[in-house]
Design a protein around this ligand. Structure first.
Ligand SMILES: Nc1nc2c(ncn2[C@@H]2O[C@H](COP(=O)(O)OP(=O)(O)OP(=O)(O)O)[C@@H](O)[C@H]2O)c(=O)[nH]1
Length: 305
């Protein structure tokens, strides 16, 4: 079911908050903030789809609030409409230049305000959809390489800051060329989709992340995960693929389609490089292939873990 879109109204006048929420409350979920500082905090915490912002407020005014919103990665994409009694072309120009998507002067016409809010919410939804599509691998519907790069950067930085163990797993289908050659490319696509989902179902903690890295290779990021726990997860992934029991008659060694996994657990430091971690995991994967496939090879780089 589609959730109601959420609009945050930031205004120091109680009467204005009441009027605006009364106008919108049937169509959207309304959230209120009675000053600029609180408004910014609510925007970070509640991630509204749209913000209606007053200009003249004591202490932090609307222009300062929008500057703060647009300079913070957590809030910069939220569209902001100024709704204000601050008249004049210069003020409107300033508001738009600071990043507002619209500027509505008071007194406003209720139907026009509703129509503009509706329009900007529709555009926000389209942007969200595009963003989602840009981050998803269409075949498997798990994250793609683009999102992987972004998440890896964020989690790596956080792990350095918090000094937590980072585990990374590379997963590759075994003898997949033979599978494609034997069953056809369409069957190969279907198998890839099933394998991706079987693996993804075993990565259930909020920060676990899996992406299709390329062709028939996946990468899982397990931030704040010690090697014993990461190894358990890898075993579950290996078994989940075996349990699919996808026949692989072209394989010399295995009755069913299998995967090999290479992994590494690492305590990141500022000088260490993300690519090193991926390279180490790749080396482990290669070892798993050389050892006979359908197995895990693991390197724990954390001392005393
Ligand atoms: N059906 C399908 N096949 C793909 C896709 N992406 C990559 N492949 C195939 O995956 C196969 C990978 O072959 P190889 O790199 O030789 O690896 P492999 O046959 O799995 O051999 P090992 O890795 O040594 O087990 C190639 O035949 C690719 O065409 C895809 O999206 N769909």
């Amino acid at each position: 079911m589609n959730r109601k879109q959420r609009v945050l109204i930031i205004d120091d006048e109680k009467a204005n908050l009441k009027i605006l929420s009364g106008v919108l409350k049937n169509d959207v979920e309304v959230m209120l903030a009675k000053n600029g500082e609180l408004g910014f905090c609510k925007a970070v915490e509640l991630k509204p789809d749209l913000i209606l912002l007053d200009v003249i407020m004591p202490e932090v005014d609307g222009f300062e609030v929008i500057i703060k919103l647009k300079n913070d990665v957590r809030t910069c994409a939220i569209p902001v409409i100024f709704v204000t009694g601050e008249l004049g072309v210069r003020q409107e120009e300033k508001g738009l230049e600071l990043g507002a998507c619209d500027y509505i002067q008071k007194p406003f016409h209720v139907e026009i305000l509703k129509a503009r809010v509706k329009l900007h919410l529709k555009m926000a939804k389209q942007r969200e959809l595009l963003e989602k599509l840009a981050n998803i691998d269409p075949l498997t519907t798990i994250a793609n390489r683009r999102l992987y790069d972004q998440v890896f950067d964020i989690e790596w930085t956080r792990s350095i800051k918090e000094q937590t163990i980072f585990s990374l797993i590379v997963i590759d289908l075994d003898d997949f060329k033979k599978y494609n050659d034997f069953y056809g490319h369409a069957a190969g696509d279907l198998a890839l989709e099933k394998v991706a989902n079987a693996i993804a179902n075993n990565l259930t903690r909020p920060r676990d992340f899996i992406a299709r890295y390329g062709g028939e290779e996946f990468v899982a990021l397990l931030p704040d995960t010690r090697s014993d726990c990461a190894f358990n997860i890898m075993q579950m992934c290996l078994k989940a693929v075996e349990d699919l029991e996808l026949p692989h008659e072209a394989s010399m060694d295995h009755e069913y389609l299998t995967v090999s996994l290479g992994g590494v657990s690492y305590l990141p430091i500022i000088e260490s490089c993300q690519d090193t971690l991926l390279k180490l995991a790749d080396d482990m994967l290669l070892q798993a292939k050389v050892n006979g496939k359908n197995q895990i090879v693991w390197q724990n780089c954390v001392k005393d873990d």
